[in-house]
Write a protein that binds this ligand. Structure first.
Ligand SMILES: Nc1ncnc2c1ncn2[C@@H]1O[C@H](COP(=O)(O)OP(=O)(O)OP(=O)(O)O)[C@@H](O)[C@H]1O
Length: 294
């Protein structure tokens, strides 16, 4: 089966999901957004539009607020200041048409749910037309499992699957939401290069076939370098957003980190030398990079 076909959505971007019918209109819109925990500012002054089909990589050191940004978009965390719309509306928990691939943690070895159960849980009746018959749901689950190459282990308890297989199942679960936005939190962590490629291909195929916007948190830009439209780099309470060529430079990252960073391009890879990979410091948005507008 052609896998691109298999994951084609039932609703196209800008079709049925709400007040954002205008094609090409941002599916995520942040304005002057800030997030702080107590007096600790993770980021502020963030203006960002993510458009249908766009692939946005989110980079930054540990603790810079990458996961927190996804949680804000998911409606699980409130902004401290500024505004956010997701698919034209205020974000809300359980919002439709958002696929979430959470940061990897091994599923417990004794987990008895099967891949097909998890994918089924990722669906709800509204997404697939009302009423959805058990047969059409089963068919759709099979399609989604096939689209990520998970058919051979669809009936194995997920606790027994390898890390790479579990990751495919997580992506299948996210795809089951017929997502117009995919939020992926470090989906490449601890995967070998072959599985990394599988995961990035799956996500890329979805955004190309269905216009799904992708927000992809990663520590490593290289596995997605050929796919990203823009990079959002968070550090020390500030940020930079732009193309990889604009953001991944010695001068931009040195300003963002407030220390000398060397960015070296070797063939088709980017090597960043000197970036401290530790928690962002407190409230540095007024530093040399001043909140870092695009
Ligand atoms: N609910 C919360 N209350 C207080 N502090 C929090 C809360 N959630 C996260 N933090 C802190 O905010 C900081 C940013 O966390 P977040 O998980 O967003 O960072 P991250 O950039 O995704 O990090 P990593 O690369 O390590 O996954 C961390 O220091 C974290 O401990």
């Amino acid at each position: 089966m052609d896998r691109t076909e298999a994951i084609a959505p039932l609703s196209r971007p800008g079709s049925a999901a709400g007040g954002d019918a205008e094609p090409g209109r941002p599916v995520i819109r942040l304005r002057d957004a800030a997030l702080a925990y107590g007096d600790r500012v993770l980021w502020r002054g963030l203006d960002l539009d993510v458009r249908p089909g766009e692939f946005l990589a989110v980079l930054g050191p540990n603790g810079s607020g990458k996961t927190s940004l996804l949680r804000v978009i998911l409606g699980r965390q409130q902004l401290t200041a500024g505004s956010l719309t997701v698919l034209g509306r205020a974000p809300r928990r359980g919002g439709r048409h958002i696929g979430y691939v959470p940061q990897q943690n091994s599923l417990p070895a004794q987990a008895t749910l099967r891949a097909r159960d998890l994918v089924r849980l990722g669906m709800d009746g509204h997404r697939w037309g009302v009423p959805a018959s058990p047969r059409s749901i089963r068919h759709r689950v099979d399609e989604v499992l096939d689209s990520v190459g998970a058919t051979p282990f669809a009936d194995v308890p997920v606790g027994r699957l390898s890390g790479g297989e579990q990751q495919r199942v997580r992506i299948a679960q996210a795809l089951a939401a017929d997502p117009r936005i995919m939020l992926c939190d470090e989906p490449l962590l601890s995967l070998d290069p072959q599985y990394q490629r599988t995961v990035t291909d799956l996500v890329d195929r979805r955004r190309r076939s269905a216009g799904t916007a992708v927000v992809f948190v990663t520590h490593e830009i290289n596995p997605v370098l050929g796919l990203v439209d823009r990079v959002l780099y968070l550090a020390r309470g500030g940020f930079r957003v732009g193309t990889a060529d604009e953001v991944m430079t010695s001068s931009t990252l040195s300003r963002l980190y407030g220390t000398r960073i060397d960015v070296v391009r070797a063939r088709d890879r980017i090597v960043v030398v000197g970036a401290p990979d530790g928690p962002s410091e407190h409230g540095h948005a007024d530093g040399p990079n001043g909140g870092g507008r695009p």
